[in-house]
Design a protein around this ligand. Structure first.
Ligand code: GRF
Length: 197
C-alpha cells in the first residue's frame, strides 16, 4: 500500500473524496497523514473524524521529518495554499500531485489560485472549463499533466456557480482517479510528459 500525505488549507472536499476512495479500497493506498498550514482548516477535522493523523505544520524541517517518519511516498496537494519549497519538490520529484481548477495552460501560474481562477475564467466568458491534476515542479502549475477533464459551464451564472460545478463534477472524480493510477504504478514520466500505461 502506498503511504500518502494530503496537504490542505481549507474545507477539504477533495481530501474527503480521497478519504472515501481509499477507505472503500478503490485506491490501493492509505492516507497516513494530513497536513495543513492553517490550524483552523476544516480539512484537519475531516481527517480526525476519519481517524487519520492530522497536524498543522509550518516549519519545513519538521514537515520533512514527519513525512519521513510516516514513510510517506506520495504527497497530494488538495487545495494547499502555501508555497512548496524547492527542497521538498526535489526530495519528492514526480511524487507530489496537485489539483488545479482550470484546464492548464489556461488560467494558471502565479496569482491563479482558488476563486481567482474562476473569477478570471467567468470574466473571460469561457464556455468550457475543467480541472487538471499534475505533478508539481519548480514552475508554478508547470509540472507534467496527469489527467484533465472538461465540462460545459455555459449555464453558470457566477464564478461561484462555476467553482462548485467544477469541484463536484470534475475535481472529485479526477483527483482520486489520478491517485489510483499512481498507486497502481500506471504513471510513467518521460521527457516531462506523463504516459499512462
Ligand atoms: C479546489 O478547487 C482545488 O482545485 C483548489 O482549491 C480548492 C480546494 O477545495 N486548489 P477543497 O478544500 O478541496 O474543498
Amino acid at each position: 500500500m502506498v503511504k500518502i500525505a494530503v496537504f490542505v488549507s481549507g474545507g477539504g472536499t477533495n481530501l474527503q473524496s480521497l478519504i472515501d476512495t481509499t477507505k472503500s479500497g478503490y485506491i490501493n493506498g492509505e492516507i497516513a497523514l494530513v497536513v495543513s498550514n492553517r490550524k483552523k482548516a476544516y480539512g484537519l477535522e475531516r481527517a480526525r473524524l476519519a481517524g487519520i493523523k492530522a497536524c498543522c505544520i509550518k516549519d519545513e524541517d519538521l514537515l520533512i521529518k514527519c513525512l519521513e517518519e510516516e514513510g510517506i511516498e506520495l504527497i497530494v496537494l488538495a487545495g494547499y495554499l502555501a508555497i512548496v519549497s524547492e527542497r521538498l519538490i526535489k526530495l519528492y520529484e514526480n511524487r507530489i500531485i496537485n489539483i488545479h481548477p482550470s484546464l492548464i495552460p489556461s488560467f494558471c501560474g502565479p496569482g491563479f489560485y482558488g476563486h481567482h481562477v474562476h473569477e478570471a475564467a467567468f470574466k473571460r466568458g469561457v464556455k468550457v472549463a475543467g480541472a487538471t491534476v499534475h505533478f508539481v515542479s519548480t514552475v508554478v502549475d508547470g509540472g507534467p499533466i496527469i489527467l484533465q477533464k472538461a465540462i460545459d459551464v455555459s449555464d453558470c451564472k457566477s464564478p461561484e456557480e462555476m467553482q462548485e460545478k467544477i469541484l463536484l463534477n470534475v475535481e472529485h472524480k479526477i483527483l482520486p482517479e489520478a491517485v489510483k493510477l499512481y498507486c497502481d504504478r500506471k504513471i510513467i514520466v518521460e521527457n516531462e510528459r506523463v504516459e499512462i500505461i
